[in-house]
Design a binder for this molecule. Structure first.
Ligand code: NDP
Length: 476
């Protein structure tokens, strides 16, 4: 058999589907998995795609099956396993071969791996892949970081397997070393915020308006036909409609309210904090997942403190549901604006030159946060790629002005009723702080100067940088 165009290690959920996708698009692919039985089973079940797949049982055989310079996708458990796999692979590779980590790596690990290979003649690509199992099989969104030369070697194969939005492939080279994995991390951070905001709106409908899962499903179904049209709204409609095959009750009512997390949300928050960029929507979402996992503590606290007594006061249910739709859109704008602001700061910090319109473009299909909304973000960034914040672009400023009244009404009603809405409220706080030219940090500066003689700048530009605080104040 002729040599393969590309190799792939790791035939788990993502790797096996990615390999089938690559084979289906007419590319020849060599595959390897640590556990040999997995490779055999994968090949046996590949059906008519077998002709494009070279199953390999040893690393030596695997490397020999790929045409040099060899691009090798590593799609295994993130973290140490990737370093171990790279070490096992290295002795068999030749100059210009490319190891591609396609898992959810921390971009700092990607930068380290990239640097470690610099003098070896080998190269490294850190590649974010989004879209879950279905995306991997039929078209994911792919975010590539590495040298431009290594990208050119894999561009054709990756373009063939990526999702398409109106014919545009959802794959792009975003910059050197950790750029692809950084963008994937922020994608996931935004995904956390999006999911949390949807869950909060669901909570208002369930606990405030006392609606059933099926009724709420219909609300999300209607919203999916409008401005909120997106994959996450679509699947929310579906999960709320599904019945448990054992009891016949709505499935969602039987699912324990403890959310898992693997790290990308937390990394997004850490990196945002490192750079001093507010990402309050993502922070609220990560914190909400952490609080959700404290199920025992929450139940104990409910016994001690009770639930807040307020009731959701709604004069016109239909109008309030319209407000919920607008509020969700407003909060979503806040979370996306923050995510893009974090990427813009990282681009400067790490010298990546991240192309914002391209990032929005490749998220329009294939990935978990795909939506019509991302097409609007693409247009806004294409018109103004260097804008400081998405919410001051003309299109999004108009949307914020139109929807933030609804967000205010929804957050106020929820707060008075004691329904937790940390992510929705964070968006409101963000808008209200970001749009206010004269804030309240003058008091903080005065306090800092009082206790620590940190000094302050004056609004009138005069050259006196400490206050007349008197006794008890720090001396300077
Ligand atoms: P799975 O758990 O389905 O598969 C894990 C794979 O990793 C298996 O092939 C396993 O091999 C291999 N593996 C584990 N440890 C080692 C090791 N030390 N050395 C060599 N191989 C090892 O994982 P997924 O396919 O879900 O995830 C793979 C990567 O993709 C992860 O980084 C994940 O975060 C990322 N990802 C996952 C998404 C998803 O929706 N699932 C979406 C996007 C990214 P073996 O069969 O021998 O155990």
């Amino acid at each position: 058999m002729a040599q393969a165009e590309i190799g792939l290690i790791g035939l788990g959920v993502m790797g096996s589907n990615l390999a089938l996708n690559i084979a289906e698009k007419g590319n020849r692919i060599a595959v390897f998995n640590r556990t040999v039985e997995v490779t055999r089973k994968f090949y046996a079940e590949a059906g008519e795609l077998q002709g494009h797949i070279i199953p390999c049982e040893t690393i030596e055989e695997f490397v020999a099956a790929i045409r040099p310079p060899r691009p090798i996708i590593i799609m295994i458990k993130a973290g140490d396993p990737v370093d171990q796999q790279m070490e096992l692979l290295k002795p068999y590779l030749e100059k210009n071969d490319i190891m591609i980590d396609a898992g959810n790596a921390n971009f700092r690990d990607t930068m380290r791996r990239f640097d470690n290979l610099k003098d070896s003649g080998l190269t490294f690509i850190g590649m974010g892949v989004s879209g879950g199992e279905e995306g991997a099989r039929h078209g994911p969104s792919i975010m590539v970081g590495g040298t431009e030369d290594s990208w050119k070697r894999v561009e054709k194969v990756l373009t063939s397997i990526a999702a398409k939005y109106n014919g545009d492939p959802c794959v792009a080279w975003l910059g050197e070393n950790g750029a692809g994995h950084f963008v994937k991390t922020i994608h996931n951070g935004i995904e956390y915020a999006d999911m949390q905001m949807i869950a909060e709106i669901y909570g208002i409908l369930r606990d405030g308006l006392k609606m059933s899962a099926t009724e709420i499903s219909d609300v999300f179904g209607a919203w999916n036909k409008g401005r909120l049209n997106s994959y996450l709204i679509e699947i929310t409609e579906k999960v709320l409609k599904a019945a448990d095959p054992i009891t016949g009750q709505p499935m969602v009512d039987l699912i324990l309210d403890k959310a898992g997390q693997k790290g990308t949300g937390k990394w997004s928050v850490i990196e945002a904090q490192n750079m001093g960029v507010p990402a309050t929507g993502i922070e609220a979402a990560v914190a909400a997942r952490s609080i959700s996992s404290m199920k025992d503590e929450r139940e104990a606290a409910e016994k001690v403190l009770g639930l807040p007594g307020g009731e959701l006061k709604v004069a016109d249910k239909a109008a309030f549901i319209k407000d919920l739709e607008s509020a969700l859109l407003a909060a979503k704008i806040g979370a996306y604006a923050q995510g893009f602001a974090v990427m813009s700061a990282a681009s400067k910090e790490f010298g990546w030159n991240l192309p914002m319109p391209v990032i929005a473009k490749i998220w329009r299909a294939g990935c978990i946060i795909r939506s019509q909304f991302l097409d609007e973000i693409t247009t806004a960034f294409t018109k103004d790629p260097d804008v400081a914040n998405l919410i001051v672009t003309p299109a999004f400023a108009a949307m914020v002005k139109e929807t933030d009244g609804a967000l205010r009404r929804v957050v106020s009603a929820a707060v008075l009723a004691g329904l937790p809405v940390p992510a929705l409220a964070s968006a409101l706080g963000y808008f209200d702080s970001y749009r206010r030219g004269r804030g309240t940090a003058n008091v903080i500066q005065a306090q800092r100067d009082f206790f620590g003689a940190h000094g302050f700048d004056r609004t009138d530009g005069k050259d006196a940088h400490h206050g007349p605080w008197g006794s008890g104040a720090a001396t300077f």
